[in-house]
Design a protein. Structure first.
Length: 740
């Protein structure tokens, strides 16, 4: 069958092509009038995808020909935005609020550069553009909180990047208006001063009407009242609505899952290597329920043998079945504070695909042999049957490595059917894995890998879903042990797929833009961190080593990450900049990532599907991954805000260690390193003096005393104000303590 879209793109890319409209294109393609509808549909699809552009009198060209670029809007709370994920690597563009039009955060748009050939505005590194057309509007619905004024209700969006409040309508707009997204509410008779069924303070979902002018607030129809914003559980439901996260699985998906036996059958083991006698172990977080990887490490002469066993999800999730289609739609699991949105139903994710101790499980295994220096001597892959002997937590594994396993009341209990972490055989396996991990980790950094490990903050909730404790989780040796084993398996699989020229999905992290690295270099210099040419990897490693242990380490690492390109999925193995690996993919988590499931199928020799299908899947799961990452970050941030609110009401509020990371005319920006949160100390709350701002040295100096508050100062603080709408927390120093 003829691929009209490819034919059109090929025609538009010809050097001698002159802009044509639909009829002219049909003639150039040699198509009769009867095929005009197919041509129209193909043109519409290409235009919606941003791969072609329509110019004067409905003539079609490639976007670059008309100085147009397709990309995604990344909006900022102040109203300005950037264009990211641009086609053909056009780079990022700055878009001012006035040039944004009615485009919103996340929309796919077509833009035209507005400062081409002229010097960019001072202090702005990216070229400037304005939105010409919205190709895909993603904000069909908006979640927010109801407020009212003079009898008219409106909704304040939860997302601070949506800077306009939304008028509430009581009646549905006409059918013709609903076919678009946005309109000018000032010209519509449907906005009424009467109140809807929602009350002020309720969290609601609104469907946006067409919006034509940025200078007038948009309007929308109330479609769901979630309940009072401060009621238990409402914040979690609102978050799920905001990011369009599913609440349950369709009946067909659950039916297919229920048809899978809870225990593996003898027929499943045919043509598999039986490794049930091998003492493999799993190491996961305390509260993990899905265990998708197990390891076994042993010495072999002067070298090492590593076996990484991954749950064989592809055995159960058949291509194009209900389970597969739903898993692709979700793209990955999403781990919110207080709830997991799994990629697969619990019967698989926590059941037959979870490598629980003492039960038989199907696996896809990677067998690697290393020499004494950690170089791979051989790699082999096989479908296997395993039986884990021990389910360890990271804390238990770390206790083994520290030699502190006796009388530990703080460690979680070992599950039934699992060897205890005090068992000598289990301890031997953990120590052997760490010995190999030390070698692999040293080799990786020697080859240029960057130390981008971050601590995380675990939010512990009470029975009602309210935060009761914040726990900082460090990247200790137990985490590093597992990480090095998984990295080795992922690299080996990617290398094998590339060498065999098997179509597959790769994990890609491209080389950063030199200008972005230069901007980070200047920011680091403000904190006394001098660096050379950061386009040279050794200089980046030196700088990251220099900031290690600094009070501002977390902040500077975050700034460095912002200067890098975002990792994503693609069908061309472009390598991974951060890991310094030319070949890399994701193989080790098929329970929670669809990319890994695709890689399993490729390694097993299953057909890749129709042309372009893998590429489309890679693009889709890159987007779902970004959505999940935003939702996860948002959920933790919201629970932290709630935790600080509870501190305001507490009889004995907690004191926090704070580090000054920036000094502004109105106060100090502080980072709380023990809970990874950024807040503000207003100058009026600095103790025992009147302070003046020194914009050159970036500090506040007391007029009477000798107190100084500048970059790097450490102090103890407590919460004094929380603004949940702006997601801001103000702190005040404890009066008896002075800065250091």
């Amino acid at each position: 069958m003829r691929d009209l879209k490819k034919d059109i793109l090929r025609l538009l890319a010809r050097p001698d092509y002159q802009p044509l409209e639909k009829v002219g294109l049909s003639r150039q393609l040699g198509l009769p009038a009867a095929h005009r509808r197919q041509v129209r549909d193909a043109l519409a699809q290409l235009e919606n995808e941003g791969r072609i552009a329509r110019i004067r009198r409905n003539y079609f060209v490639l976007p670059a020909t008309a100085n147009l670029v397709t990309g995604t809007i990344l909006a900022f709370p102040g109203g300005n935005a950037k264009l990211i994920e641009t086609e053909a690597g056009a780079g990022d563009f700055f878009i001012s609020a006035e040039n944004l039009g009615t485009a919103m955060h996340g929309d796919r748009v077509l833009v035209r550069q507005v400062h081409e050939g002229r010097e960019q505005p001072q202090g702005r590194g990216s070229p400037e553009a304005r939105v010409v057309r919205i190709l895909e509007a993603v904000n069909v619905t908006v979640v927010g909180t109801v407020a009212s004024t003079k009898g008219t209700q409106y909704v304040i969006p939860d997302d601070p990047r949506l800077t306009h409040d939304i008028y509430l309508r009581r009646t549905e707009p006409p059918a013709r208006a609903r076919s678009k997204r946005r309109a000018d509410p000032s010209s519509s008779p449907l906005i009424t001063p009467t109140l809807s069924t929602a009350k002020d303070g309720d969290k609601v979902v609104v469907r946006l009407d067409p919006w034509e002018s940025r200078h007038v607030n948009p309007a929308g129809e109330l479609i769901e009242v979630l309940g009072p914003a401060r009621s238990a559980g409402v914040d979690l439901v609102a978050l799920m609505r905001r990011y369009n996260l599913p609440e349950g699985f369709p009946p067909a998906v659950l039916a297919e899952a229920e048809s899978i036996p809870e225990r593996i059958q003898e027929a499943d083991c045919v043509d598999r290597e039986d490794l049930r006698a091998l003492p493999v172990i799993t190491i996961d977080p305390d509260d993990a329920k899905d265990y998708d990887d197990a390891i076994y490490v042993e010495r072999k002469g002067t070298g090492w043998r590593l076996a990484v066993h991954i749950a064989d999800v592809a055995h159960y999730v058949k291509r194009d079945g209900p389970l597969d289609k739903e898993a692709l739609h979700r793209g990955n699991s999403t781990y919110l504070a207080g709830r997991v949105i799994p990629m697969l139903p619990e019967r698989l994710s926590n059941g037959v695909c979870s490598l629980k101790p003492g039960v038989d499980r199907l696996a896809f295994s990677v067998f690697l042999e290393f020499n004494a220096q950690g170089r791979v001597r051989s790699a082999r892959f096989a479908r296997t049957v395993i039986r884990s002997v021990a389910r360890l937590t990271y804390r238990q594994a770390f206790a083994i490595l520290e030699g502190k396993t006796e009388n530990r009341q703080d460690l979680p209990a070992t599950p039934e059917g699992s060897l205890c972490y005090t068992n000598p055989a289990v301890q031997e396996r953990v120590k052997a894995a760490w010995d190999l991990a030390v070698i692999l980790r040293a080799k990786r950094f020697a080859e240029g890998s960057l130390d981008l490990d971050f601590p995380e903050v675990k939010v512990w909730l009470d029975a009602d879903g309210h935060p009761e404790r914040l726990e900082k989780i460090e990247n200790d040796p137990s985490h590093q042990l597992v990480e090095e084993c998984m990295l080795a398996a992922n690299e080996a699989v990617a290398t094998a797929l590339k060498k065999a020229k098997i179509p597959a999905v790769y994990r890609i992290h491209e080389v950063p833009d030199p200008d972005k690295l230069m901007e980070f270099r200047e920011k680091a210099a403000r904190y006394g961190c001098r660096a050379g040419d950061l386009t040279r990897r050794p200089e980046v490693q030196k700088l990251l080593a220099a900031i290690r242990g600094m009070p501002e380490e977390y902040l500077l690492k975050l700034e460095f990450l912002k200067s890098l390109k975002r990792a994503n999925y693609g069908v061309i193995p472009l390598g991974h900049y951060g890991l310094a690996k030319p070949n890399y993919t994701h193989f080790t988590s098929p329970i929670r990532r669809y990319a890994d499931l695709l890689v399993h199928r490729a390694l097993a020799g299953e057909p890749a599907g129709r042309a372009g299908e893998l590429s489309e899947a890679a693009f889709h799961i890159s987007r779902t991954e970004r959505t999940s990452a935003e939702a996860e970050k948002d959920s933790v941030q919201r629970k932290k805000l709630e935790y600080f609110e509870r501190q305001l009401r507490a009889r004995q509020p907690e004191n926090f260690r704070a580090v000054v990371t920036d000094v502004r005319s109105h106060g100090l920006v502080v980072e709380l390193p023990d809970v990874l949160f950024t807040g503000m100390i207003h100058v009026s709350r600095l103790p025992d003096d009147f302070y003046t701002f020194d914009p050159v040295r970036l500090l506040f100096r007391g007029r009477k005393g000798k107190n100084k508050f500048g970059l790097g100062a450490t102090l103890k603080v407590k919460v004094c104000r929380v603004d949940t709408f702006k997601k801001q927390v103000d702190f005040e120093p404890l009066p008896e303590l002075s800065p250091r």
